[in-house]
Design a protein around this ligand. Sequence first.
Ligand SMILES: Cc1ncc(COP(=O)(O)O)c(C=O)c1O
Length: 396
Amino acid sequence: MNDKAAVLADAGDNTRLAHIGNDPAEFYGFVNPPVVHASTVLFPNAETMEKRAQKYSYGTRGTPTTDALCDAINELEGSAGTILLPSGLAAVTVPFLAFLSAGDHALVVDSVYSPTRHFCDTMLRRLGVTVEYYDPAAGADIARLMKPNTKLVHTEAPGSNTFEMQDIRAIADAAHKGGAIVTMDNTWATPLYFKPLDHGVDISIHAATKYPAGHSDVLFGTASANAAHWPQLWEGNFALGICGSPDDSYQILRGLRTMGVRLERHQETALRLAEWLEGMDGVTRVLHPALPSFPGHALWKRDFKGSSGIFSIVLDAGSPDRFRAKAHAFLDALRIFGLGYSWGGYESLAVHVNLNDRTVCTAPKEGPVLRLQIGLEDIADIRADIERGLAAAAAV
Ligand SMILES: Cc1ncc(COP(=O)(O)O)c(C=O)c1O
């Protein structure tokens, strides 16, 4: 380890984010790495070519740009290796394909990102893998669901849209005891607020589309493995031939530089709004793990270093026939929030959540769930917009 690496190893998150990844000395001192567009790489002679005895051999196997990003992600995750994918969804599906075979059984948390579930219920099923959805509150009891052929346990905490927490360490220990690997979609916390590999997870998955990209203009995913699982993850991805583009890799590395300060702002505004919303008429529940009232709060407090900028509210709708009308009235009254999917960008977004695919943690009975992605706008303006939404919903 050189002097700088030793200093960075003990440095704070924002210092590390400013310096990890590429080494400027390798590129004439330019502080950012070059964007290398490459398929072909030339070899100096036949023997070098035959043995691929040089650092780069073909575009799909990495370039200085993708390596800079992988190095930065490995620093953040504490991983042995990282694969880069063209979307967050691919960062989930590729590890599943790399580790599951026909006849295997997989346990997937019921509060999983819905397109992950779609992949499991369609392609994985067609390939002969049985998928069972489990309660996010399972903890060590997941041992009861393990079968001799259970090969993978997938976690996501907090859960998509409803934010259920999971006892990742207890689940990982039980899964390992039963011979399964553990994957985690850690997009909400980012490795700044939760490091999955330190809690027993084997593969940490990130939709880098969200906070690392930060500007609603790049789709990207990363999957980072511990040393024991890196060779199989790498081989699976190599076999599939999926890679992150150099331009997108550059944008994600660029986004990482400011991710820490952006997250602090997302965290603060979202938490203040969540606290305020708890007392508002027309809101029955606020689903945010950092609120002491939230059922998974103790786990969040024990394991996580922070909270990010997305949470949900449950409106008080009275009877189910008014859920949709109330949700639409709220959304249509918004002027600052955009109505759109995704999150982690600079702008606030709202969506009426569909939980129809859940089998264990089903939709709240009191009213519609509205997911709020809190952007970087001024809090007074966001609050005023939510007030517009609540007033419109109250009038229904
Ligand atoms: C928790 C979670 N994981 C994965 C993804 C997928 O990311 P992408 O949109 O890049 O495919 C999303 C997207 O919303 C998500 O919310």
